[in-house]
Design a protein around this ligand. Structure first.
Ligand code: SF4
Length: 356
């Protein structure tokens, strides 16, 4: 595919002009040169809204001003600060990488694109962001924001999730990169995608309006193109909040499923929406509860959490047990101790509505 030469040469200048005059709220990491802070902010912002990510970033920097402090912290403390940000594999990788840099590299953050890319949880996009922001190395960032901007401005219909498409966008991004100031340029492009050329873009105030292919051909809502539709699986999580002696049973999720390393109550997963009576019968059958030794205190309304590939429909059944239960992998904790453990959003939403 050949691109409009005039637009190719104008693109960086229009972008940098917009960046110079924009009035958006200053992000705490803007102009940042410390690779630790850049890495932290980039990991936190993946799949996260900027305004939400900022709060988490500031909290992390307050608690862990440098990589040694993050590396020395307990897993549980870090997960608790991450609670609600989602995509918990990012947090696991963050912990592992912090400890690797602190112990094996004496706290010195890698300073080449290739060595940054070797860090756990760091892909091409994050490596380019760190390499260009911290060390001014000429590596172009290519992420969802960049796909969106380039596909619209240049009128690219190649699917962004196809191998061909990815190659084309990367080639174009490298060609457009301002090699003299790659950090500033990358930052400007990412900000532009987040602030102006959003999924619902602000075309009327956009500096590219006169040149943008999508805007001038009424294709804004159709670009970028995606090949594959994401299949969303629906799962039904029925939680038994079992109290005994003013304490509650919780366990840490393990295995390769969602929410690994977060805590939860006794879970009975079903393939369909199932009434509380049937859930309790199942719990008895699976020997979680003993007949005539408990009382149902309440049944919550349905809670829904939408993840990227799964929809979780949750319900909470609060139960008082007269007997101590031998539940493998579970521990009994007081209500006060609940706040020291990290839980998935589905469960914290239940607490926030005043249930506990
Ligand atoms: S005119 Fe609209 S679609 Fe085109 S780059 Fe600007 S904001 Fe994006």
């Amino acid at each position: 595919m050949r691109f409009n030469k005039e637009l190719l040469s104008k693109f960086p200048a229009i972008l940098m002009h917009w960046n110079k005059h924009q009035n958006t709220r200053k992000m705490p990491w803007k102009g940042e040169k410390d690779p630790y802070k850049i890495w932290l902010s980039e990991i936190m912002l993946q799949q996260t809204r900027v305004d939400q990510g900022v709060k988490y970033f500031e909290r992390f920097i307050f608690h862990f001003p440098n990589i040694h402090q993050l590396a020395a912290a307990k897993d549980e403390e870090i997960y608790k600060l991450w609670e609600g940000l989602g995509y918990y594999s990012r947090c696991r990788n963050l912990i592992e990488t912090a400890r690797f840099i602190s112990k094996k590299l004496n706290g010195k953050f890698p300073d080449t694109y290739e060595s940054i890319l070797e860090l756990k949880g760091v892909g091409h996009y994050t490596a380019s962001a760190i390499a260009s922001f911290a060390y001014n190395l000429p590596h172009a960032v290519v992420d969802g924001n960049v796909f969106r901007v380039l596909s619209r401005v240049f009128g690219i219909r190649k699917p962004i999730d196809s191998a061909d498409g990815k190659q084309l966008f990367s080639r174009l991004a490298v060609e457009l990169l301002d090699k003299k100031q790659p950090g500033r340029y990358n930052q400007a492009l990412m900000d532009f995608g987040a602030v102006i050329c959003k999924p619902f873009p602000l075309c009327n105030i956009c500096g590219f309006k006169d040149h943008c292919f999508a805007f001038n051909n009424d294709l804004v809502s159709q670009l970028p193109v995606k090949e594959k539709k994401i299949k969303i699986a629906t799962r039904y999580f029925n939680y038994l909040i079992i109290e005994y002696n003013n304490k509650i049973y919780i366990s840490k999720r393990a295995g390769n499923d969602i929410w690994r390393s977060l805590h939860e109550f006794v879970l009975i997963e079903t393939v369909n929406e199932t009434g509380a009576k049937d859930i309790i019968a199942k719990a008895e059958k699976e020997k979680v509860l003993k007949k005539d030794s408990y009382k149902i205190l309440s049944v919550s309304p349905v809670y829904i959490q939408q993840l990227s590939h799964q929809k979780i429909i949750g319900r909470f059944i609060k139960i008082a047990s007269k007997k101590q239960l031998g539940l493998p992998g579970f521990k009994l904790i007081s209500l006060k101790q609940l706040s020291l453990h990290a839980f998935p959003r589905l469960i914290t939403a239940y607490f926030e509505r005043g249930h506990s």
